[in-house]
Design a protein around this ligand. Structure first.
Ligand code: ZN
Length: 431
């Protein structure tokens, strides 16, 4: 007999069909998925001789696969300690009871003959103190004429997805917010996925490019999306993975189509820029400041040695990207904007990527974290989300030979700095 540990899975619809049936027992039809050693309830006898198909959402492709070749039975119990027996049997793996003992405990069970049968028992009278220790209303059994084993039975919960975070993370607040992500490459796509996971209600994706073969190693998207526009493929990805996420995709080049970007900025709460290159980063810094929107800019520098995430807020206390770069060059730091263009010509030359995929995802996730912290602090007044500074320099594969603030010498070190004040001559800070 089995030394494996098969699972029975039921969607919430299967649970309702059994619970709501006027019968006290009926037939079950199950799909068997041998590779994963599981059975999925796909039809329930709800009235004498009437079998109803169970709703299994399209996204559960494995639950919808398998062969319709397993039969079973469901039985309603009352005033019965069968589920307590199930609990104690299941806590001692490999133990079983005889079929006759099982039949005395669960009257009405069909004789399985020479086959294996699956039985689901439903005891709606389990008191709450027993539920607290793990005794459930539904349990599964694998029965043969010799022996009966307890089966693991898993039922689709009422609440799945982001709703599970309710009361633990401010999903209701963040659902009212929107973030624009400019640049949907390796860092940007990770930031987008993180925003969805944090529960930000709406994202506006901006990128003019297609996903090509060399991108797939470092991108959330894979080979299935090669050739597609990144924004459209990301929109489809989110629809599958984060179905409650609202998404708008904009196939825009922010440098030569900046006039389209400005009105879009009015409709969002903040911006993340993960675009490569001097031009797009300067344009986004300028337009976000003009639109009075906070902006988080993320990139990796010096061939993947350090990550840089800067939060630019439209306040007289802090200057813009240009003011920061001028301040740093006055203090002898590397020109981080020029570093962004290393290896580029003016055409379609792709910079040889040096940062490894998880480092880029790490920077993208951290950028999203900083954006979400900004929303929570500035819009929703959650001061636990105050950041230690405006500029984070992150050690990835640091060599330690750069000047401050890039002189990180250890991997995973995060150094926080402030930003200089706006320069009086700055065309972005004082247009
Ligand atoms: Zn400035």
């Amino acid at each position: 007999m089995p030394n494996h540990d098969p699972y029975v899975l039921m969607t919430s619809d299967a649970k309702s069909k059994i619970s709501d049936s006027k019968l006290i027992r009926g037939a079950l039809a199950l799909r068997c998925v041998p590779a994963d050693d599981m059975y999925v309830v796909h039809a329930v006898e709800t009235a004498k001789g009437i079998r109803q198909q169970v709703v299994i959402d399209r996204q559960y492709t494995t639950l919808r696969s398998g062969d319709n070749n397993a039969v079973g039975q469901w039985i309603r119990l009352s005033e019965n300690d069968a589920h307590i027996h199930h609990f104690s049997l299941a806590s001692r793996p490999g133990t079983a009871i005889g079929f006759d003992a099982f039949r005395r405990m669960v009257p009405g069970v069909m004789d399985p003959g020479n086959t294996l049968n699956i039985v689901v028992t439903h005891d709606p009278s389990i008191p709450s103190e027993l539920k607290e220790v793990g005794i459930t209303e539904f349990v599964g059994w694998l029965i043969s004429r010799d022996q009966v084993y307890p089966l693991q039975l898993e039922i689709e919960p009422d609440e799945i997805g982001l709703g599970q975070l309710s009361g633990k993370w401010p999903i209701e607040l963040l659902a009212t917010n929107s973030v624009m992500v400019v640049g949907c490459g390796s860092i940007g796509s990770s930031a987008i996925e993180s925003l969805a996971g944090y529960g930000v209600g709406r994202v506006e994706l901006v990128d003019p490019d297609r996903l090509l073969w060399h991108n797939t190693l470092r991108h959330i998207l894979g080979p299935e999306s090669v050739g597609r526009f990144k924004v459209a493929a990301m929109e489809d990805y989110l629809a599958k993975r984060w179905p409650s996420q609202q998404v708008a995709a904009h196939r825009l080049n922010v440098v030569n189509q900046a006039h389209y970007l400005a009105p879009l900025l009015k409709g969002v709460d903040m911006v993340i820029c993960a675009a490569d290159g001097i031009g797009p980063r300067r344009v986004v810094s300028h337009l976000a400041r003009h639109a009075k929107k906070p902006l988080v800019m993320a990139c990796v520098l010096d061939g993947g040695a350090v990550g840089e995430i800067v939060r630019l807020r439209p306040t007289p206390r802090f200057g813009c990207l240009l003011c920061l770069r001028r301040h740093l060059s006055d203090h002898g730091a590397m020109d981080a904007e020029a570093d962004q263009e290393l290896g580029y010509g003016t055409g379609h030359v792709h910079r040889p990527m040096t940062a490894v995929p998880p480092d880029l995802r790490y920077i993208g996730t951290l950028a999203a974290k900083m954006a979400v912290a900004t929303l929570l602090e500035s819009i929703h007044g959650d001061h636990t989300q105050q950041l230690p500074g405006e500029l984070a320099t992150v050690g990835l594969r640091p060599i330690g030979d750069l000047s401050a603030p890039f002189d990180i010498s250890r991997a995973c070190d995060i150094r926080w700095s402030s930003l200089p004040e706006p320069r009086p001559s700055c065309p972005t800070c004082f247009p």
